[in-house]
Write a protein that binds this ligand. Sequence first.
Ligand SMILES: C[S@@+](CC[C@H](N)C(=O)[O-])C[C@H]1O[C@@H](n2cnc3c(N)ncnc32)[C@H](O)[C@@H]1O
Length: 694
Amino acid sequence: MSDFSSLKKRRKVKETRSFVAAGTTSQTGTSTGTRDVPLPSKLDHDEEGEPNAMEVDSDASHEKSRQGNTSAITPLSRDGLYASLPPTLDVRMSTGELGNGRGIYSKYYRKPGDVLLSIKPHVAALSNEHLEEYCSNCCAPKTTSLRRCTGCKLLHYCDSKCQTNDWSFHRHECLAIQKWSASASAESSGPAHVPGDAIRCLGRILWRKQKLGHESIWVRRFGLQRKIHNSELFQAREIDSLQSHRTSLSKDPNSQGSQVYTQLAHAVVRFLGLKSPEELAEYGINNAAELVDLVSRFTINTFTISTPALAPLGACVSPLVALINHSCDPNAVVVFPRASAHSKKEDEPLMQVIALKHITPDEEILTAYIDTTFPRENRQKILQETYHFTCRCHLCVLPPNHSPDMREAIWCPNKCGGVCALPTEENSLTRCNRCKAPVKDTDAVLDAVRVGQEALHKAEALQFTNPKKSIQLTTKLVPILVSVGLVPAAYPLLALSRLCASLLISHLLPADSNVEEVFSPEIQAAQHGTPTKHTPEEQQEALDDAIRAATRASSGLSQILTEGHPVRGVALAELGKLLTVDEPHPTYIEPPIKDASPAGTPAGASPSPSPLMMHSQLKAPPYPPSGPPRLKLAYETLVRARTELMIGFGSGKNEGGQVGQQVRQLAVDVEKELMVWKTGVKNALDDRPKPAKK
Ligand SMILES: C[S@@+](CC[C@H](N)C(=O)[O-])C[C@H]1O[C@@H](n2cnc3c(N)ncnc32)[C@H](O)[C@@H]1O
């Protein structure tokens, strides 16, 4: 149940893997394609006896040719960085007009839920707000207490083993943090007292570079095999092998992106305590351009470490996983499932790439770098600004006469079950894809979408400082967007519904009943001040509102994300858990037993209608249901959640990760409760006075 505590944190998810938020990067950046990617020489291939590139007859390259893609796909030698790839995967280089540089390809057929790659990130840093709650070595959450570093008094660890394991990094970092904090205190307008996670992560990368130097295991592998050149040594160091987009930025040094890079570069130099740029040489950085390169590599190739329930915790770098290219409709996903049966504590945080779809031999593994619930234009903008490329996946390059993408759709005005593309300012003409009925009042739709977008931005900005206002905005706008016909997955309805659901859950009124037990102290602490006592009816209303919002969010996600996507699985798990919360004021009344007069009802008189009975006379049943039907719905939702989590967080030993395992246990408990209820009803029926025999 404690996973609810992660909801508030999850609202902070940028869902882009990048450190630099989309809005803070260059507005003008253009893709540099694959110019910066170091290509292993032909000699390497021959020496290693790898198959000749052009002999590979991959389905993936056929697929690209069918689409008119002129790219050629060449396997790369499994040397250096690539040597640690499992034998089931390959690194290949896709060049040409539509090439996307190096990428990871599957050599075999894989099914949804298969773990494709498990790896501990090279470096990781928790974000500032999590330093006291999570171990800085293994990223485990605090259970009882964590040990604080006596030097910097900032980082915390599970135990002395975790502290020792992190010491090779923290040795340098500890002093740097102390110096940073001291100088920040001295300068009133100076930097924040604690360096951010991006700065600490970059610091760790540089200390690692300094330590490994020419001793990098990959360098030694190269060195043993043949005489090496300095340039190869440089390439062999993991971080240097990552893609950089420095040249795109340098085209416009005044762009916001360039400025962010420059600021980060300055902050890192300050963090390392360097006096002159020459001192960077011992970290393998010889000039300013190389420093910007490092920052660019970091920005493009960084992952967000998340809890098993997808709440963001910090940043990490894994050069191998960073080789995976992007698609807005990915066939794989990167997660940190903390599947206890599978992972050892010393391997945590264990980063896993999991198949979301069936993957055929020679197919490229593709993950999403950004939140794919956004519409095409927003996705393209973020990808261009942060990653400097134009996505050409099938969602970005829709074929002519395609059916509308549910991210940008409204229901048919004739309610035939079909959908129409969301009208735009440029093209307000839109028809149902099924019955061809035109949408008449497109202005009302356009206005609602515009107001919805504004409210979303405001609600996002206010969610931590003024959550009540944020709840008001989201709850007000959702029905407006629904009334003009937006489908649950459409933008901004889905984004508002998700935000609304997470805010309502975080601010559920603590009830006298077990709501208090279900929601963690963090959730309760999120409510400012002493909670006012609310009536059971108000508590029930708040719980039901949260369930309705979570249902809307979950159905929107199901319209656009692949079955088994972890975001879908976690949303369903949250809904299932909410449905299991004891109702503070249930509206359920036992349905009357047909052949017996209800107690206290005079024979012949009709009983006063119960809320349930009143509702049952209406067409749509009340939602959420109350009493045992609610418990039954909770059970079904948890079972569905478990099926999806078994894909998104890995099947087999992973068992759907930590959340999948918790959901399974909850489903078992609910099933038992349902059995008790059924037995109770059966006993009550058996105990009824039997009608006298005639
Ligand atoms: C994390 S790296 C992925 C590995 C990269 N291809 C390489 O060779 O190192 C991200 C960069 O790869 C390229 N990339 C990733 N996905 C792409 C796509 N779908 N289309 C074009 N370029 C892509 C972009 O240059 C992007 O900035």
